[in-house]
Design a protein around this ligand. Structure first.
Ligand SMILES: Nc1ncnc2c1ncn2[C@@H]1O[C@H](COP(=O)(O)OP(=O)(O)OP(=O)(O)O)[C@@H](O)[C@H]1O
Ligand SMILES: O=c1ccn([C@@H]2O[C@H](COP(=O)(O)O)[C@@H](O)[C@H]2O)c(=O)[nH]1
Length: 301
């Protein structure tokens, strides 16, 4: 683990143990989170009058988030095995810029949301075949980064995924931006249509991605009861090799989904951007509905 991550964990761990408050840092380790609120990376609800807000931790967290971004950007630029990326701008400029990297007139982004095992990946694969989207799964990109030799974030990603927690947004957003750039570069164009699968899972990710990378046109939401999703995931777990396709991780992922990711769906719903699809029928039936609704909505949006 890098010096700044160790420093981050040490610093935050200390503040947790003395103040027993929750850590919302993008660099806060799940080991630290486990000491407080096990299932969610959300801020704790405020206590009584003695629980006054202190501002120095927030300044420290902004600095640490920036350090994480620099490390990821540098890692990918230095590693010759990685595909070429867009020029990496200074992190502060990147994350606070008012203009997104991609022009929504050229690049169509559709977020694909739904609980774990709802069938997001299955439907995205069909939409790629039918409609020529580029499919980018945030989970797949994180697993790839986790397994990349020399990654500064391998262990951190591994821990977060196993615990069903949401990886610091700087990491995921940079991976998505790089993958979008690379897909366009390979096609030799500035125009493209992307299905961003399993992202954003938290409100801060949604805001930051739209501000810094590309505004989203629509959100596909696959609605599925937990019981059905659980059965699918346990079945998938027999062969997937995923560290989070087991009963305990599934329970944690469901909790994160309800507490942290459903507010994102509700937010986009209030903007009239959500296409909600019942994900319980057979895959081909879910696809027929999805394809029809998405085509209609894209042509009218
Ligand atoms: N409509 C469906 N009916 C039955 N099984 C399905 C359906 N859709 C997907 N599955 C199966 O359920 C499992 C989970 O599907 P998939 O990987 O597409 O879900 P996901 O939402 O992308 O999951 P995760 O968020 O965990 O990556 C897979 O084994 C898949 O084959
Ligand atoms: O934006 C994201 C997306 C995913 N994660 C982590 O990855 C796992 C697995 O994601 P799948 O979409 O099910 O493949 C998820 O539980 C999170 O831990 C993330 O942190 N941020």
């Amino acid at each position: 683990m890098s010096t700044s991550l160790r420093l981050a964990n040490r610093t935050l761990g200390k503040s947790v143990s003395t103040r027993a408050t929750s850590c919302s840092s993008p660099l806060c380790s799940p080991r630290v989170l486990r000491q407080q609120r096990f299932y969610s990376s959300e801020q704790p609800r405020s206590g009584g009058g003695g629980d006054r807000i202190k501002f120095w931790p927030f300044l420290a967290l902004i600095g640490l988030g920036t350090a994480a971004y620099i490390q990821l950007a540098n890692t990918r630029v230095k590693n010759k095995d990685m595909p070429p990326t867009t020029e990496v701008p200074a992190p502060a400029a990147q994350l606070s810029q008012s203009k997104p990297v991609f022009d929504p007139a050229d690049v169509t982004v559709v977020f694909v949301l739904g609980g774990p095992g709802a069938g997001k990946g299955t439907q995205c694969a069909r939409l790629v075949a039918e409609q020529g989207f580029t499919h980018l799964s945030a989970g797949d990109l994180l697993r790839e980064e986790q397994n990349r030799p020399g990654s500064q974030f391998g262990q951190l990603i591994k821990d977060y995924i196993k615990d069903g927690l949401i990886v610091p947004m700087e990491v995921t957003i940079k991976l998505l931006e790089n993958a979008m750039s690379e897909a366009l570069r390979q096609k030799g164009t500035t125009k493209g249509r992307f299905l961003i699968d399993g992202f954003p899972r938290k409100m801060d990710q949604a805001h930051k991605f739209e501000e810094a990378v590309c505004p989203a046109k629509l959100v596909l939401f696959f609605d599925c009861p937990e019981k059905v999703m659980e059965e699918r995931l346990l079945e998938r777990g027999k062969t997937s090799g995923r560290t989070d396709d087991n009963a305990e991780s599934i329970r944690k992922r469901f909790r994160t989904f309800v507490e942290t990711s459903m507010p994102v769906v509700n937010y986009y719903e209030s903007q009239g951007k959500v296409i909600k699809v019942d994900a319980t029928p057979a895959p081909e039936d879910v696809f027929k509905t999805t394809n029809k609704l998405l085509t209609e909505k894209l042509s009218s949006a």
